[in-house]
Each structure stands twice: as C-alpha cells, then as structure tokens.
Design a protein around this ligand. Structure first.
Ligand code: E4P
Length: 214
C-alpha cells in the first residue's frame, strides 16, 4: 500500500515529501477553501513538489460542467487526477475522461456498488471514506475489504484509495484489507512513526552513551 497526503497545504506536503514515503496528494474543496489561495495556482505548486498523482476535485454537479472543469484541471500538469463525486452525472464525466486518457478519482464512495459502477465507468481510483462511515456507526474497513475482494474477483484494475483516515489503526488495517493507497493528514503520518518503546529505547541508548563518554 502506498501513502498519499490529504491536504492542500504546501508546507505539510513538503514535510511529508521529505520523509521519502509520499506517492501522491489528494485535495478536496474543503481543504482548498481552508488555504484561501487560488486553486489552480496552488495545484501548480503541488504538482511541482510531488511527481505522483495529485487529485483535484471538480465543483460542477452536471457532467458537462465537470468535463469542462476537469479538462482545465488536467491541463495544469500531467500528474493531475480529476476527482469526481459519485453521482450519475459524475459517472458520465468519468466515462468521458477515461476516453480522453485523463485519470480520475471517484470520491465520496460509501458502498461496494458505487465502487463497482465507478470502476466500470473507467475510474483510475475509487475513494471509500472510512472515517465518515465509522462516524455513523458503520465499519469503513469492511467496505474496503468488500471492494478489494470484488475487484480481485472481477479482475478490475481500478485502484482503491482508503480515504477519510482518522488514526494509525485505519492505516495498517487498510493495507491488510487490500487498499492500494491510503490518503491521510500529516498528523496521522507523523503518528505512524511514534511508539513509546522507540522513544524509551533512544533515551536509554543516549543515557548509556553519555555515561560511558563522560
Ligand atoms: C479524500 O480524498 C478526502 O479528501 C478525505 O480523505 C476526506 O476526509 P475527511 O472525512 O476527514 O474530511
């Protein structure tokens, strides 16, 4: 499983990229709005930092509008992936993007049927939202497992992005459930590194070293 960062903040993207584990970036309208910057300009900056897939979401709700916006987004850089919401209009747009060889990430996926439809429309990625399912008392990880088994059974090549990741447990379990990618905030990436025994171990090594080298 690969790591994407879920943010539109360039400092966070640079920090995650410096760790040597970053394979891509996802953004959404809420994350971009938080930055208060020009959307296209910010995407240009992000695509210059990260060579992997950078998801940029359309705002239009009709297929025609999505296609127009998506073409403009895709023209910013070759590593832009157009993020499209899981709707009937979204599916029409995904089919068109697929014929134009523009990569797509179908977002706001909450059921296996939605994932199957997105894949059959030609989506490059589907994004099931774990945390938001957990929030309403469902099990987000079960959905990842079902989609993963379904795609395997039907030899579907669309990649699964575990999204709406809230904590480290989501990450390892997404990997074990068959997600190809997990996208998460910088805070969660940093939490993955932490273990109290690692910190204690470093402290002890340094204490012993300093005692011997007084
Ligand atoms: C994924 O592409 C989305 O941007 C994201 O993971 C949503 O996460 P949230 O539910 O924490 O807002």
């Amino acid at each position: 499983m690969k790591f994407f960062i879920d943010t539109a903040n360039t400092d966070e993207i640079k920090e995650a990229n410096s760790l040597g584990i970053l394979a891509g970036v996802t953004t959404n309208p809420s994350l971009v709005a938080k930055e208060g910057v020009d959307f296209h300009e910010r995407l240009r900056e992000i695509t210059n930092i990260v060579p992997g897939s950078v998801s940029a979401e359309v705002i239009a709700t009709d297929a025609e509008g999505m296609i127009k916006e998506g073409k403009e987004l895709a023209a910013i850089a070759p590593n832009i992936t157009v993020k499209v919401p899981m709707t009937l209009e979204g599916l029409k747009a995904v089919r068109t993007f697929s014929e134009l060889n523009i990569k797509t990430n179908v977002t706001l996926v909450f059921s296996a049927n939605q994932a199957l439809l997105a894949a059959r429309a030609g989506a490059s990625y589907v994004s099931p939202f774990l945390g938001r399912l957990d929030d309403i008392g469902h099990n987000g990880l079960d959905l990842i497992k079902t989609i993963s088994e379904m795609f395997y059974l039907h030899e579907i090549e669309t990649e699964i992005i575990a999204a709406s990741i809230r904590h480290p447990q989501h990450v390892a379990e997404s990997a074990m459930s068959g997600a190809h990618i997990a996208t998460m905030p910088l805070k969660v990436i940093e939490q993955l590194v932490k273990h109290p025994l690692t910190d204690l171990g470093i402290e002890k090594f340094l204490t012993d070293w300093n005692k011997a080298n007084k």
